[in-house]
Design a protein. Structure first.
Length: 339
């Protein structure tokens, strides 16, 4: 009887962690959506241009789940979850999201994406891989990102944003069209007090949901006997990438998938430079269970984006490449679960 009661006890705890994981993720996604909408409406009332709103508030807001999970992980000393979340999100964005998008509706790759954004993503991925793997340097054993690394990443992020602003300034008509598309808010026209109330409540819910999601993910990792790194690269990363996945599927079904590639590249660069930069500036992070294969897969994902430009139908991602990308993601996930 005692053995049976112990089993029921741990089974109930196990089920509760799954429930809290879903509740935490739901709070993250819902709060991020309302935080973006209220912030955009507040900025528009303050007469801030749509271009700046789209570049800052919308960009930060859509990556808010990853940002809060990674910063919370860094503060709690779970560096593997912070880095695993970024690595897993970047891999999922390319192989899973772009793979599914191309399967539904093939899309073209624009000139600035192949000449500016994809090469910069490759360099950023390589740079993060090098500075996070200190053990390759003789005499160093711990792989970590320290405050100085974080500051350098944030400087790189600001430099890239300035570069994008200058480039978009050369084509103001296209920049304005993109800005109008990015900065639509369902809360435009609402009273200021209501907008600020929604923003504050959303921020609190975002923090609470992030902590709930993080704690339940850690408990599940222990229950399954899996490392925090594997849980972060799979469950946590896919969970925090759900907004991008849903957006990609909707855009592809509406035959407007070009938006997806820009969002994926922007999200991956944001993850690498702003999220890791912020998290490691707040608190230095040490990585124990993230291995070189995980970094290599993230780097391969960035490289294969450029390969797509050169293979099959040039400057276009077609269904064959979509199948290849999706298959790589499935194979990598299976490898992680067996690791």
């Amino acid at each position: 009887m005692e053995c049976g009661s112990d089993f029921l006890y741990w089974y109930s705890i196990f089920k509760m962690d799954y429930l809290l994981l879903v509740v935490g993720l739901g709070l993250l996604l819902l709060a991020a959506n309302y935080l973006v909408d209220s912030s955009v409406a507040i900025a528009q009332r303050a007469k801030i241009s749509n271009f700046i709103i789209g570049l800052t508030i919308v960009g930060i807001g859509t990556s808010a789940p990853e940002l809060f999970v990674s910063v919370s992980s860094a503060l709690s000393g779970s560096g593997d979850i912070a880095m695993g979340n970024v690595i897993g999100s970047n891999i999922a964005n390319v192989f899973l999201i772009l793979g599914i998008t191309a399967l539904i509706y093939p899309f073209a790759i624009e000139r600035e994406q192949r000449r500016r954004d994809i090469p910069f993503l490759i360099l950023a991925t390589l740079f993060v891989t090098l500075i996070a793997n200190d053990s390759i340097v003789p005499g160093l054993r711990d792989n970590r990102l320290i405050t100085l690394d974080g500051i350098v990443l944030l400087i790189c992020f600001v430099a890239y944003m300035c570069w994008v602003i200058v480039q978009k300034g050369k084509d103001p008509e296209k920049a304005m069209m993109e800005a109008e598309e990015e900065t639509k808010s369902s809360l435009t026209g609402k009273a200021p007090w209501l907008l600020w109330s929604i923003a504050i409540v959303s921020l609190v819910a975002l923090i609470f949901g992030g902590n709930l999601f993080l704690d339940s993910a850690k408990n599940l990792a222990r229950a399954w006997g899996m490392s925090e790194a594997v849980i972060a690269i799979t469950i946590v990363a896919v969970g925090t990438s759900l907004p991008e996945l849903v957006t990609a599927i909707v855009a592809a079904t509406k035959k407007n998938p070009q938006l997806v590639l820009g969002n994926v590249i922007g999200s991956n660069l944001f993850n690498l430079m702003f999220i890791l930069g912020t998290a490691s500036t707040v608190k230095s992070m040490t990585f124990v269970d993230i291995n070189i294969i995980d970094y290599l897969m993230m780097f391969i994902a960035a490289i294969m984006l450029y390969v797509v430009v050169l293979t099959f139908k040039k400057d276009k991602m077609d269904r064959i490449e979509g199948i290849i990308f999706f298959s790589i993601y499935v194979a990598y996930t299976i490898y992680l679960l067996m690791r």
